[in-house]
Design a protein around this ligand. Structure first.
Ligand code: FPP
Length: 280
């Protein structure tokens, strides 16, 4: 009994609760995704079901962010990216809701920096940061600098983010760089140079994208980077999402075969297997 407990302590990362421990023990730690991206959705519906204002759903969503980030860091996922605020959110939601989200973000950053540091998490952002209110930009910069020395998980918050805008910005910066460096004859466009000009140049492409609340869309999130990602959609609304749900997503990921447009692993290029050629 004591031996069994010692063995568990040696294999399970510290800090996981009972349900997380059970879920973790069903996983293969050698095949964890290197980068998980999450589309956090369903805050409004969560609030609506409780006859609460939408903002109550966003407030409850912060607890889900905390739990997910801590669990991801504890199990040593190298990169986690959260879609917190799209460019469309900014334009299409009532001003009062946008203001609330900004306020929530600032409070989260202020409160969470000590925990991020305790968990060795480095904070980064993607999106058109310069279009956000200046006070929010200042708080973001402060939190980034306060965690800059951490060497563990990279937590990237997508704020005022749009994948199409990201591609526009990447092409513009490539053209500008070429123009300043001998003219457009020097413009080199290939997959590597485009990747290097995206906001995510500091990250590998996600292996797994999770979307909560059952919606089957990518909603203009990391369109270039998700080319080969496994997609996991859970009906759980974001405010109810916790570390254990992240582990369930990873379990689902580990059941999938990743083919990158090639053949099923273990197959050959003849006969039946050639018919089964994957599309990606
Ligand atoms: C989508 O739910 C969620 C958002 C637009 C905001 C996400 C924000 C948080 C989780 C809290 C703050 C974030 C951080 C990083 C501190 P929705 O409102 O579109 O839900 P609905 O589809 O049910 O209406």
């Amino acid at each position: 009994m004591i031996q069994q407990r010692l063995l568990l302590q040696a294999t399970v990362p510290a800090g996981l609760d009972r349900k997380e421990t059970e879920a973790y023990l069903r996983l293969d730690p050698k095949r964890f995704p290197q980068h998980i991206a999450i589309i956090m959705d369903g805050n409004g519906r969560w609030a609506g079901r409780r006859h609460l204002p939408r903002v109550a759903g966003h407030r409850a969503g912060v607890e889900a962010v905390r739990s997910t980030v801590e669990t991801a860091a504890r199990i040593q996922i190298p990169s986690l990216t959260l879609y917190a605020f799209s460019e469309e959110n900014w334009k299409r939601r009532p001003r009062s809701e946008v203001d609330f989200l900004m306020h929530l973000l600032c409070r989260y950053l202020k409160q969470e920096v000590p925990t991020l540091n305790k968990n060795n998490i480095r904070l980064e952002y993607i999106g058109r940061q310069h279009e956000l209110p200046e006070t929010v930009q200042e708080k973001m910069e402060w939190a980034r600098e306060a965690t800059a020395e951490n060497t563990g998980m990279v937590l990237t918050l997508a704020l005022n983010y749009s994948a199409r805008s990201e591609l526009v910005d990447a092409f513009r910066s490539m053209v500008d760089a070429a123009a300043q460096n001998g003219g457009l004859d020097h413009l080199e466009i290939d997959e590597e140079s485009i990747s290097q000009n995206l906001y995510t140049r500091h990250l590998p492409d996600p292996d797994l994208v999770i979307r909560t609340s059952g919606e089957m869309r990518l909603s203009n999130f990391l369109l270039w980077q998700l080319a080969y990602a496994e997609i996991y959609v859970t009906p759980t609304l974001w405010p109810d999402f916790r570390g254990v749900h992240l582990l369930e997503g990873i379990a689902e990921y580990q059941k999938r075969e990743r083919r990158y447009g090639g053949l099923v692993e273990g197959g050959n290029s003849h006969g039946d297997h050639a018919v089964k050629k994957a599309r990606g």
